[in-house]
Design a protein around this ligand. Structure first.
Ligand code: HEM
Length: 122
């Protein structure tokens, strides 16, 4: 697969990830019985999990296309892995009413991921 394919896939999965996080924040804010909340959360948790996996696989596809598997990993890749982990854990936060306030900060975490890929600061 070409570099461009992995890039579009990487970006598509990031969009889906944020859609799932927004959905969960809305479910938490709406409230309801435990059974209703569970049913509403399930598809969003699945969407979030699949998006995380695709971001990871496409990210490594991009690295392979850029020759990083042979030349070694630049330091900014570790920063991206940290961003990926934080966004992976964000759903646990968004399940709690107090955690929803963090929802507004999550795009900034995503922006750090974009900044690392664009500026490659280290
Ligand atoms: C497993 C974690 C990740 C890996 C290994 C990874 C790796 C990469 C690589 C190798 C590139 C290509 C850089 C280039 O073309 O020079 C890239 C691009 C990009 N990544 Fe990731 N990434 C990861 C997670 C993320 C996350 C969590 C975000 C933000 C939410 C993100 C946002 C972006 C963006 C916006 C680009 C495009 C930058 C551009 O077009 O120049 N990445 N990523």
């Amino acid at each position: 697969m070409p570099y461009e394919f992995y890039k579009v896939l990487h970006l598509l999965a990031i969009l889906v990830l944020f859609t799932a996080m927004g959905g969960l924040a809305m479910v938490t804010l709406r409230g309801g019985s435990e059974q209703e909340m569970k049913a509403a959360r399930k598809p969003l948790m699945i969407l979030h999990g699949v998006a995380l996996l695709v971001i990871f696989v496409a990210g490594f596809g991009l690295m392979a296309k850029l020759g990083m598997m042979k030349s070694g990993w630049p330091t900014w890749i570790f920063g991206k892995l940290a961003v990926w982990l934080v966004l992976g854990g964000a759903m646990a936060l968004l399940k709690r009413p107090m955690g929803v306030a963090w929802y507004l900060l999550l795009p900034l975490v995503g922006a750090v991921g974009a900044w690392l890929a664009v500026y490659k600061p280290f």
